[in-house]
Design a protein around this ligand. Structure first.
Ligand SMILES: [Zn+2]
Length: 63
């Protein structure tokens, strides 16, 4: 029972050899890759320049 390979993200059973080697399905692998890339890029950017999210100041607050 435990030998059934399942997707690491959605827990579905894996059939494709590619998916088996990755440990997750194609769709989940894409999402995973996109997430990793985004995360790594944001990490690299953090060294060079501040994140644009830091500009979340309450500008429209009237005094
Ligand atoms: Zn999946």
């Amino acid at each position: 029972m435990n030998d059934v390979p399942r997707c690491d993200r959605c827990n579905r059973k894996l059939k494709d050899p590619d998916s088996l080697s990755r440990g997750m399905g194609k769709t989940c692998y894409r999402k995973h890759q996109a997430y990793v890339e985004k995360f790594c890029i944001s990490l690299f950017d953090a060294d060079k320049k501040p994140k644009p999210q830091r500009q979340r100041k309450k500008r429209e607050v009237a005094p």
